[in-house]
Design a protein around this ligand. Structure first.
Ligand code: 9MR
Length: 449
């Protein structure tokens, strides 16, 4: 029996928007305590918690705020693949990948490089080359892409998905395999080590999460590499799960046997189709497996929100299409030892208040405060917003203000929007004249009743 009850109630604790820099969170009956995020909870376990990131969504506020708040590692979902970075021979294009890398680094995130040598998303010119040319092109591709990001990548998926599915344990047919033979993998890793000695070099694959013929074949390769000194630092287990391919019971044991070869292991593309408790429990299983293996250094989920998942209809991720935390989010946070920020079902009304600037011009700005109920429904809320002198508030909406502190401290109460379901949000806003000061207002504690 899974620990369903425990996990469900734990999941409910995470029905909160986590604290950001300008967030104040309190509970009316307890001392203020900021809620953990996936990244902070994972850091408490000495791990990173990452996500695939698509450059095309970096202009969406909800996407970016969730990404920045929750994750400590980013993997460009498609932007570093060969078709994106070298669409024609010798012409390298890094624009979209740079966007992801620059954003991630500006937020202090690690970056996983994905991926250098892969049979898929491979431009057709590569398949047209003869063996000698292909070898040159492969090494040049590795050198050029790794060179461009030298010193900026935590781990590189040097070779991706080089083994066949099924019971054969054979290498997958690809231009590299077919023309260069098994040795292409070793050559790619040797080239990669020289290109960026600071990056960890990973082999990455799917359907290798449990002990099976495919993972045995990868295991044998890694063992051989380690015994011969071929540079390899890590093995990525993608972790794409659904009802046909559930989290294997021997996932932890499989991770451990690779770790015992002297490599780190990482869960690199985690997503689990489903919903509710079943999905939450599977996510918790994966996190627990990683935490049980010392050399499991981090987990990456394959996207921020269900709506942009490659398997969007299977709703396999931790945030729904409105960036609301799903039960799976709470299960992951709880498995990571995180604090969702409230005690579920104890009848304590609580809320958080989070500020964002929504518009800005030379003489003024618009600000918005989002109030989110904790794990209990609330009937009303109140918070303060302190403006830097000599700023002046010209207008407010969706809140009833009263003023204090010489006119700089606004106490905001609901106008019509006091009642919120557990985890639900409302926002109020204001227009401010800067009068020469561009300082952001300070949002005080949110009190719920
Ligand atoms: O999520 C990626 C999707 O946007 C692309 O269309 C697809 C193309 O092959 O690749 C997806 O990511 C894959 C990853 O790069 C390697 N492992 C399997 C992932 C899911 O297909």
């Amino acid at each position: 029996m899974r620990m369903t009850l425990l996990r469900l109630s734990r999941a409910a604790t995470a029905g909160l928007v986590a604290a950001a820099a300008l967030t104040a969170a309190t509970h009316s009956a307890e001392a203020a305590r900021a809620a953990d995020t996936l990244g902070s909870a994972a850091a408490g376990q000495g791990r990173y918690f990452g996500t695939a990131v698509a450059a095309s969504h970096l202009d969406e506020a909800g996407y970016v705020s969730t990404l920045n708040r929750e994750f400590t590692s980013a993997t460009p979902e498609n932007e570093m693949k060969w078709d994106a970075t070298e669409p024609s021979r010798g012409n390298f294009t890094f624009g979209a990948a740079d966007q992801v890398v620059d954003h991630a680094r500006s937020q202090g995130m690690d970056v996983r490089g994905h991926t250098l040598v892969w049979h898929s998303q491979l431009p057709s010119w590569v398949g047209g080359l003869g063996a000698a040319d292909l070898r040159t092109a492969m090494n040049n591709h590795i050198n050029s892409v790794m060179g461009h990001y030298k010193g900026q990548i935590h781990s590189w998926d040097v070779v991706n998905e080089a083994f066949q599915d099924g019971g054969s344990g054979a290498r997958r047919s690809s231009p590299f395999q077919d023309k260069l033979g098994n040795g292409f993998i070793e050559e790619a890793f040797r080239t990669a080590r020289a290109a960026d000695p600071a990056a960890k070099l990973c082999y990455n694959d799917y359907n290798t999460d449990g002990v099976n013929a495919k993972s045995n074949a990868v295991y044998d390769m890694v063992k051989d590499f380690k015994s011969r000194g071929v540079p390899i630092d890590c093995v990525g287990f993608q972790g794409h799960f659904n009802s046909n391919s559930p989290v294997p019971a021997d996932f932890r044991a499989n991770l451990q046997r690779f770790a015992d070869l002297g490599v780190d292991v990482q869960i690199t593309e985690l997503d689990i189709e489903g919903s509710g408790t079943a999905q939450a429990n599977s996510y918790a299983d994966v996190v627990e497996a990683c935490l049980a293996v010392d050399r499991c250094t981090g987990i990456t989920v394959w996207g921020v929100t269900d709506k942009y998942s490659w398997r969007s209809s299977g709703t396999p991720l931790l945030f729904d299409g409105d960036y609301q935390e799903k039960p799976a989010y709470g299960a992951v946070l709880s498995a990571l030892g995180g604090d969702g920020g409230g005690d579920p079902g104890n009848g304590t009304a609580s809320c958080t208040a989070t500020y964002t600037r929504t518009a800005d011009w030379s003489s003024g700005y618009n600000g918005q405060v989002t109030i989110t109920a904790g794990s209990e429904p609330i009937g009303s809320w109140t918070t303060t917003v302190t403006f830097a002198s000599p700023q002046r508030v010209q207008a407010t909406w969706n809140a009833t203000p009263t003023w204090d502190g010489g006119g700089n401290v606004m106490t905001a109460r609901p106008s019509w929007n006091g009642t919120l379901a557990a985890g639900a949000s409302t926002s109020f806003g204001f227009t401010v004249s800067k009068n020469g000061s561009d300082t952001a207002p300070a949002v005080g504690a949110c009190t719920a009743s």
